[in-house]
Design a protein around this ligand. Structure first.
Ligand code: ADP
Ligand code: MG
Length: 283
């Protein structure tokens, strides 16, 4: 059971987190496809600091969702090691949460009930439980919507409710798999700012997969750029700018160009030659 530390309060008061370090070493993952083993992730090494925000970008199919599933323990069949603080990940646990592109709220329950569901495994007294729910609705800016049903929320609000639900157990690490991917462009920018604020207040380590390089750079302390077939870390980009961030920062623009260049680079074999694809002239 978690101790429900009080949320950290204003962003300016943020103390460095002491737990929530993720250490991934020599991680490889294979799937059996039509009787053949296919390597999906190959020798992933990544150390994430407590309270860090790490963004992951990479082409479709390079293993980003697989990596998040392994980190939260939904899949324990892998080579190498994933550690959260001093413990090897070997199954799911309340200290690791996952948010998906679709909010996955129960449509027949109010927002408050949806958040409460996450607390079912904890024997909290009723008044304590209600306080935790209220705190987390406030954290995501939905205090006035506890009695609303999911269909009464906008897409951005529903995603914020899903984030509140994921944070109620005070996970040390929250994995987010393209959490804003279904939102329209304007809403998306607003929820990015909300997510930045939520992360700064909660102090939770966050690992977010996104297709949007601007989003990855706006939020991430670091951006992990992956390459496909098999999924490997091509580059890790430090985003050395304090939060909250200014989107107009020239550094973000320069780093965006670098990341896009990496993502659109011609795939090369181990010997540096261009890899030929069927139906595409070599060279
Ligand atoms: P991404 O999230 O980067 O788009 P995924 O992690 O979803 O990529 O998938 C990586 C690769 O693993 C893809 O080629 C996909 O087809 C394959 N894959 C994913 N899940 C399974 C599975 N359960 N069985 C077999 N192959 C899978
Ligand atoms: Mg995916």
């Amino acid at each position: 059971m978690t101790d429900h530390r009080t949320l950290r309060g204003p962003a300016s008061a943020k103390a460095p987190a002491s737990t929530g370090a993720v250490r991934i070493s020599g991680l490889s993952k294979r799937y059996a496809m039509a009787g053949k083993a296919m390597t999906v992730l190959d020798d992933i090494n990544l150390s994430i600091r407590p309270g860090e925000f790490v963004s992951i970008v990479g082409p479709s199919g390079c293993g980003k969702s697989t990596l998040l599933r392994l980190i939260v323990g939904l899949d324990t069949d892998y080579d190498g090691e994933i550690r959260l603080d001093d413990t090897r990940v070997a199954g799911t646990g309340l200290e690791r949460g996952l948010v998906f592109q679709d909010h996955r709220l129960f449509p027949w329950m109010t927002v408050a009930k949806n958040v409460e569901v996450a607390l079912l495994n904890q024997k909290l007294p009723r008044d304590r439980r209600e306080k935790v729910i209220a705190e987390h609705l406030a954290l995501v800016g939905l205090s006035d919507f506890g009695d609303a049903y999911p269909h009464q929320l906008s897409g951005g609000m529903a995603q914020r409710a899903a984030i509140a639900r994921a944070l109620t157990n005070e996970p040390k690490v929250l994995a987010l798999d393209e959490p804003l991917g279904a939102l329209d462009a304007l809403t998306r920018v607003k929820v990015q700012a909300e997510l930045q604020r939520i992360w700064m207040e909660a102090g939770t380590t966050m690992i977010m997969v996104t297709h949007d390089v601007d989003e990855a750079l706006f939020l991430g302390d670091r951006v992990v750029v992956m390459s496909p077939r098999p999924g490997r870390i091509a580059r890790i980009v430090d985003v050395d700018l304090p939060h909250p961030r200014d989107r107009a920062s020239p550094l973000l623009h320069r780093l965006k160009d670098e990341i896009l260049a990496e993502l659109t680079r011609e795939p090369r074999g181990d010997d540096g030659t261009l890899v030929a694809f069927p139906g595409r002239p070599r060279g």
